[in-house]
Structures are given as structure tokens and as C-alpha cells.
Write a protein that binds this ligand. Structure first.
Ligand code: C2O
Ligand code: CU
Length: 497
């Protein structure tokens, strides 16, 4: 029993409930219904509702949607119109929902004034669907179209965004969630809520601050927006019932901001993140999400009926000046409705078996994340790179299909870097972590970590980079070539960014 359920957490919740109920409990009328026996409060997530992509294909195994990138005026701050860069006119872009094994077809049209593309962050898809201009497809020019077509091989919480002029385009609003469900997931996880966290840089009139605000320092630090958004809204409201669990799938879609989430007097039961469930669930006091990363967890509201509280953004240490003198910010208001508390469901500890990557014959290499300041004729310029080489001068890492690698990712810089690999999941080689599949991981300042990757399928040119998009655009990106059998020369590529 103790290995199967969070006994301690469960008992703690029951005692929290008991405390909240006070004399009632003493009188012998504690909660009698369990979380699965009641519904969420009426309109619980209305304020956070995401636009859902409309599936135009009657085949139950195909999700076919239309997506148009276009500028749309939205009211993000009261009474002001912001010309947001959107997918289908909404911020975030529509939620694409599929089941494992579904085919996803996206008919994309670019109605923006500049070239773009869509990268399906975290998806293990064929190389020519990865959405990296110059590497896997041509840029989609203003007025251009492209059809993305791939199979959702894995359950998990994913997202999509452009991969050209990314810091600016993502900063202006181009991102959307993609959830691939596993119909076998236990019901006890609770009702699902998808939360896209982001920020946006606006002046008092709701107009965008210049994309290069802060110059060299902006590049170094990464540009955080001054307005925090949850599903495209400033401080929205969620209604909960005490004890009635919710499964939150949270995505960090910000161009540079790290998120540490905290809810006073609550813990969360983390289920996994980037690429589905972890091996075991784990009770945590805070959820940390670096840019590009996702978290999947159970939230059990424990505040008494008729009260309200805020989910807070807590500054995260990510290098020079990232926490000093920065206040916490309220992100999301959580209102506990006036209804009888219910008994939370116990959450299983064992979630799935994660087979360890066999690294016996692995090739090892070191990727050093580097920052240099160069003086050019025009100005001082920050050039970032991998092993000292910015993306535009880089050569691909050459890999034969079937190879397993260990990458030692070294960060000697004064800033943390969220490392992201396209096309393949990796495992962090660290026995203190609960085993899980990941595509994005934080490499704190002055530290290093090792990841294992199996390049076992889908040959082609793939990217890896820092997901602080200002860093990526400053050169901290690289590419690799997984050569198919018999291939001897890498395909011609153009390293645009
Ligand atoms: Cu969200 Cu190249 O990545
Ligand atoms: Cu970085």
C-alpha cells in the first residue's frame, strides 16, 4: 500500500479537510463524497477557456485543422488594443487535441508580414515536418502556405511556435498548446486543465516595446515581458471545490522567463512533464518550468469553501540579477466555491516503466554553452554559441542512424540555459531524479549535466539550442545530422535563424 499511494499526502489532505471543517468534524459529519463522485464547480474553467482547434476530418483517427498566422487586435490590458501575432486570431493559439496514434494534419497559412514556420516542440515526427527553415523546409513567406502532416507517436503535453526570428515572433504571441492524450490514464488524476504561461512586453498604451529592448544586456539576460499571461489573460480566475482534484498540464511558452509556481498551503503531485508520465509521481512544494518545458501534475484544492487565494510566480535563480529585488507576482486567482468539501482520491505512485537507455556503447561528446562579447566596427556584440561557435558558423554533429550518445552539457557562463533537443527524447543521467523522458532541461549557471539519447530512427537534420530565445537568436544553437544507412554526405542546409 505505501508504495502504491501517497499515504502521507493523503492523510495530510484529510487532516487539512478536518481542520477546515472544525466543529463539524467533531460532530461527526466530515466529507462523505469522494472527488470522483462530484463535478467541478459550474463554469470552473470558463475564464481560462482555450479556443479548441476544430477537427475538419470525420475520420476518428485523423485530426485535421486549419491554422492561419495573422495579426489580430486583442485587449490584453483594459481599454487598450494590442496588435498580437496570433494563430487563428487567439492568444494562445488554438488547443490541438489528439490521442496517441492519431494522424495530425495542419493546413497552415502565413498571413503575417514576414516569413515564419511552425515547429512542433517535443514531437517525435519525420524530419521534414519539424518546421526549421533552412534545415527541414523553406521559410514560409508572407502569404505562403504549408501542410504539416505527422503521427502523434507519444502521449504528452507539447506546444507549437515559429522557428525563425523566434524571440520576436514568440514574444509577439505566436504559440499554442498541443495535447496528446493516453486514453488509459487513470481517472483519479482529475479533470484536465491546460495552462499556457507566457509574458508579453507592452507599454502603457498596449503597444509592443521594441524587440531589441535593452540591447546587449537584453540579449544576455533574455527579454522577459512585463505583463504575465495565463492562457492569454492577466490574472484570470479558476473556480475549485475543496478536495476535488484537477490535472494541470502547464506549458512555459515565454521567450525567456522561468516560472516557479507556488500556491500557499498547497503541495502538488507531479505526474511528469515534457513527454508523458514519469516513472513515479512525486509530491512537490513548487513547480519549476524553464522556457519550453512542460509539467503535468495533480492539484488538490485544500482551502475552505468561500475563500480565495493566488497562484504565485516566484523569481527563479537563473543567473545575474534574476532574483535580486524582484517581487512575487500573482498569476491566477483560485476561488474555492461554497460547496461541501470532498475526499481527494489517492494518486498512484507507480505510473509507468521507463526503460533506461543502454549507454554501454554510447559515444560521448561535450557541448559547451558559450557566451563571448565581440567588438565589431559597429558596436559591442554578444555572440553566443556551442563550443564557442555561433549557429551560423556551425558544422553538424555527424551521427549514424542507430547510435546512442551521451552528451555532457557544460555551462560555465553566469546564466542558466534551458537546453532543448529536437526530434528525440533524452534521459538525464542523474540518479537523484525520477526517471522520465524529456526534450528540454535546465542547465543552471556554472554547472553541467549529462543526457543520454538514442538516435534510432527518423534520420535528417535536427536542431538543439538554448530555449531562452534571445540566446538562441544570439547564436546558442547547433545542428546534428543523423545519417541514414548508405548516406555519406550531409544534405545542403542554410543556417538561417
Ligand atoms: Cu521550442 Cu527549437 O524549439
Ligand atoms: Cu541560454
Amino acid at each position: 500500500m505505501s508504495r502504491l499511494f501517497h499515504d502521507r499526502a493523503f492523510l495530510r489532505r484529510v487532516s487539512l479537510l478536518a481542520a477546515a471543517l472544525g466543529t463539524l468534524t467533531i460532530a461527526g459529519c466530515g466529507p462523505t463524497q469522494t472527488a470522483l463522485e462530484v463535478e467541478q464547480p459550474e463554469g470552473w474553467a470558463d475564464d481560462l477557456a482555450l479556443v479548441e482547434a476544430e477537427d475538419l476530418n470525420p475520420d476518428p483517427g485523423i485530426v485535421e485543422i486549419e491554422l492561419e498566422a495573422r495579426i489580430t487586435d486583442l485587449e490584453l490590458i483594459p481599454g487598450k488594443k494590442t496588435p498580437v501575432w496570433t494563430y487563428n486570431g487567439s492568444l494562445p493559439g488554438p488547443l490541438i487535441r489528439a490521442k496517441v496514434g492519431d494522424r495530425i494534419i495542419v493546413r497552415f497559412k502565413n498571413s503575417l508580414p514576414q516569413a515564419t514556420s511552425i515547429h512542433w516542440h517535443g514531437m517525435r515526427l519525420p524530419n521534414n515536418m519539424d518546421g526549421v527553415p533552412g534545415l527541414t523546409q523553406d521559410p514560409i513567406p508572407a502569404g505562403g502556405e504549408f501542410v504539416y502532416d505527422f503521427v502523434a507517436k507519444d502521449a504528452g503535453t507539447f506546444w507549437y511556435h515559429p522557428h525563425i526570428n523566434s524571440a520576436a515572433q514568440v514574444g509577439w504571441g505566436l504559440y499554442g498548446p498541443l495535447v496528446v492524450e493516453d486514453p488509459e490514464d487513470p481517472k483519479v488524476f482529475g479533470d484536465e486543465l491546460v495552462l499556457v504561461l507566457s509574458d508579453i512586453a507592452l507599454d502603457e498604451e498596449g503597444q509592443f516595446l521594441p524587440e531589441d529592448t535593452g540591447g546587449e544586456f537584453g540579449d544576455l539576460f533574455g527579454r522577459e515581458g512585463n505583463v504575465l499571461l495565463v492562457n492569454g489573460k492577466v490574472r484570470p480566475t479558476l473556480k475549485v471545490r475543496q478536495g476535488k482534484q484537477q490535472r494541470w498540464r502547464v506549458i512555459n511558452a515565454a521567450r525567456a522567463r522561468y516560472y516557479t509556481l507556488r500556491l500557499p498551503d498547497h503541495t502538488f503531485v507531479k505526474l511528469g512533464g515534457d513527454n508523458g508520465l514519469a516513472e513515479r509521481s512525486q509530491e512537490v512544494a513548487r513547480i519549476v518550468l524553464v522556457p519550453g518545458e512542460r509539467a503535468d501534475f495533480v492539484f488538490t484544492p485544500s482551502n475552505p469553501p468561500g475563500t480565495s487565494t493566488f497562484m504565485q510566480w516566484i523569481p527563479t535563480e537563473r543567473g545575474f540579477g534574476s532574483v535580486f529585488n524582484r517581487p512575487r507576482e500573482n498569476m491566477l486567482e483560485i476561488v474555492t466555491v461554497d460547496a461541501d468539501p470532498v475526499i481527494p482520491e489517492p494518486i498512484p505512485v507507480e505510473l509507468r516503466k521507463i526503460e533506461r537507455i543502454d549507454v554501454a556503447d554510447a559515444k560521448e561528446l561535450t557541448l559547451d554553452l558559450t557566451i563571448e562579447t565581440q567588438s565589431t566596427a559597429r558596436a559591442k556584440e554578444v555572440v553566443m554559441g556551442i563550443n564557442g561557435i555561433p549557429y551560423w558558423d556551425s558544422k553538424p554533429i555527424e551521427i549514424r542512424l542507430g547510435e546512442t550518445h551521451i552528451w555532457n552539457i557544460v555551462n560555465d557562463t553566469a546564466f542558466a540555459h534551458p537546453f532543448h533537443l529536437h526530434g528525440y527524447f533524452f534521459q538525464v543521467l542523474d540518479d537523484t531524479r525520477i526517471p522520465e523522458w524529456k526534450d528540454t532541461v535546465d542547465v543552471p549557471a556554472e554547472s553541467s549535466l549529462r543526457i543520454a539519447v538514442r538516435f534510432d530512427e527518423r534520420p535528417g537534420m535536427w536542431m538543439f539550442h538554448c530555449h531562452i530565445l534571445d540566446h538562441a537568436d544570439s547564436g546558442m544553437m547547433g545542428h546534428l545530422w543523423v545519417a541514414d544507412e548508405g548516406e555519406t554526405h550531409p544534405p545542403h542546409v542554410e543556417l538561417i535563424h
